[in-house]
Design a protein around this ligand. Sequence first.
Ligand code: ATP
Ligand code: RIB
Length: 307
Amino acid sequence: MNKNKVIVVGSTNVDKFLNVKRFPKPGETLHINQAQREFGGGKGANQAIAAGRLAADTTFISKVGTDGNAQFIIEDFAKAQINTNYILISEDEETGQAFITVNEEGQNTILVYGGANMTLSATDVDKNKEAFSDADYVVAQLEIPIEAIEQAFKIAREHKVTTVLNPAPAVELPKSLLSLTDIIIPNETEAELLSGISIHSEKNMHQTVAYFLNLGISTVLITLGEQGTYYATKNEAKMIPACSVKAVDTTAAGDTFIGALVSELKPDLSNIKEAIIFANQASSLTVQRKGAQVSIPTRLEVQEAYH
Ligand code: ATP
Ligand code: RIB
């Protein structure tokens, strides 16, 4: 198999999960079902782990603290065959942290402390630009400073590398970053925040897609949870349904989707619909398991489940 070369630029977090019957109301105290230990997380790290387990040749550019909290995650990167030569250490900030509450329906709420992730600078990225030269995809999310992502995408453009932006968590973005993006993969909430259009009909979906295409982004994939993924370019648009499964915890579903997509997608994008089906299949396995990185499947697991 010809492996894609993928560079992920993004966050590393230590995740703490709280499993509850239902989310608390403001001012309410609730018991948690299970107090859990810490797990590997962070949108960047999850996407890198997904790309690595799903057999892309993966390099991860990220920043952690000197606290050692991320040591076990870095060991997991190595197990997923990820190149960890570009994991930087912040002398001033501790490793990022996320506090994830999951209810009995498998839905989650997440609070994130950026820590060292927010010190990953454009200069850090620039100093490590040799990693980009022969890549197929550069992938980024929004748990690191925008300047670092812009620098990564500028270097990618210089090397004619396809840029993939997952605009999560949802925040407003400068047009300068969107204009450096080739493939954008928001979920419904993120698509609505960026476009200012709320998606409740086919017509709104077309308007949302048109908003991104008019910014010069050539491929738009809007992930819609259990419904699947809406795919659009200037020439075509199509809904690709999700796999029908019982979700227990959707954490990292979007991250798995992205890692799987860039592992499967040919650099000329000619098999994009097949790659989306593969990404839907991979993330359907993630939602059937609890946790973030622990729930991301290997390529063999996807093949055994769906072929
Ligand atoms: P999260 O923030 O929970 O990681 P997200 O909001 O970024 O996820 P979603 O749109 O919820 O992303 O999910 C990404 C993909 O995961 C979907 O396109 C779909 O293929 C798959 N998926 C998510 N939820 C389900 C589900 N309940 N059943 C089957 N597949 C699912
Ligand atoms: O997308 C899931 C991730 O979001 C979690 O692992 C958590 O760290 C937050 O960054």
